[in-house]
Design a protein around this ligand. Sequence first.
Ligand SMILES: Cc1cc2nc3c(=O)[nH]c(=O)nc-3n(C[C@H](O)[C@H](O)[C@H](O)COP(=O)(O)OP(=O)(O)OC[C@H]3O[C@@H](n4cnc5c(N)ncnc54)[C@H](O)[C@@H]3O)c2cc1C
Length: 414
Amino acid sequence: MKRYSVFAVAREAFRYHQGWGRAWKSPEPKKKYDAIIIGAGGHGLATAYYLGKNHGLKNVAILEKGWLGGGNTGRNTTIIRSNYLQDASAAIYEKARSLYETMSQDLNYNVMFSPRGVMMLAQTQHEIRGYKRTAQANALQGVSTEFISPEKVKSLVPIINIDGPRYPVLGALWQSRGGTARHDAVAWGYARACSDMGMDIIQQCEVTGIRHENGQVQGVETSKGSIDCQKLGIVVAGHTGVLADMAGFRMPVESVALQALVSEPIKPCMDVVVMANTVHGYMSQSDKGEMVIGGGADGFNNYTQRGSFHHVEETVRALIETFPIISRLKMLRWWGGIVDMTGDRSPILSKTPVGNIFINCGWGTGGFKAIPGSGWAMAELIAKGHSSLTEEFSLSRFKEGKFIDESVAAGVAH
Ligand SMILES: Cc1cc2nc3c(=O)[nH]c(=O)nc-3n(C[C@H](O)[C@H](O)[C@H](O)COP(=O)(O)OP(=O)(O)OC[C@H]3O[C@@H](n4cnc5c(N)ncnc54)[C@H](O)[C@@H]3O)c2cc1C
């Protein structure tokens, strides 16, 4: 067994402590960075991490107006899956899912990845056809999914009611290597790794303006002063339109509030993730025992980061129909996040009309699962100017009509 001296342990403990200190204390901004990333959510932090790890670009700052992971990254229901229909989506989501498998080791930080299996219930003939088609597409893409019978559904989830009053369960699309991870830990793990590489994570630092000259980015104005940079990544989810406006271009995204809620903790009763798209509700059980429940998105654009009663009522009604066992469960709390929706329900990872400004957004209701793949691809795009994973997700697809229609795979809020 390897032995460590008391001095070495104390030094490592000090370094570890310093690592946290850097991330939390918000260092003073430097004069000029090779790259600035706006937004310390999962996608922004992962982008910075892979810029350093894969491309050696470490003179990087991540600017965050609030706190690490305080946006959608710390507000989601943590579902991870890659069973999308289109090839471009399968490539980036499966890259992300596979990176989740080794993320705890890679970051030396336990993100509690739990590949417990994700099932999407088919409750109409239309859904059966849609999911069978997705399973076939996934087989060709090398993504392991299968369409399973109602009996298999019941054996995997004994608490489910497969003879629902309105919509019986007719089968499900099952991805056994899908699952969940601890959302804050993903942000914290990436942040600590970025900090260890010498990057500056500057919290409570709101970007209020973007400077560019002759079509090239020069830097940003912030609540802590002006900072220069060579390259700029805008990774701000629901605030994409606001930041794009500062840079002088428009984005085809809309911002809406999406909600979730959790129950009081109960004994373990369900060890897979279940999504019921037709009645609209999805549920998993956290390690603490709470039932984590996903609700719906508002039908109107807004920047409201809170829940509303009618969504709770609709979501709980749908889930009681699917899981009658939860009818007397008390709900602990509920909340909302501002998600950024595109028309084809696919993300945008792209260059922009301003030189050296790159944008990553449009993950809508389903971007937690994509964090490592998105960061990997975005870093490549920023460092090299192109990435095979982002090609089809460029802004130009809206001009050319080359949409990546994922309205079925992303038809439920997750
Ligand atoms: C209720 C809910 C449930 C969800 N469930 C799932 C799920 O189960 N599975 C899944 O895959 N996805 C899910 N999602 C979606 C997922 O959370 C998001 O797609 C993902 O977290 C987006 O990450 P991000 O890093 O792009 O954005 P965020 O985490 O929102 O980070 C953006 C950051 O930018 C910062 N920012 C904004 N403006 C500025 C500025 N001017 N200056 C500096 N910083 C700024 C914000 O403060 C924020 O911290 C859910 C979302 C919600 C709201």
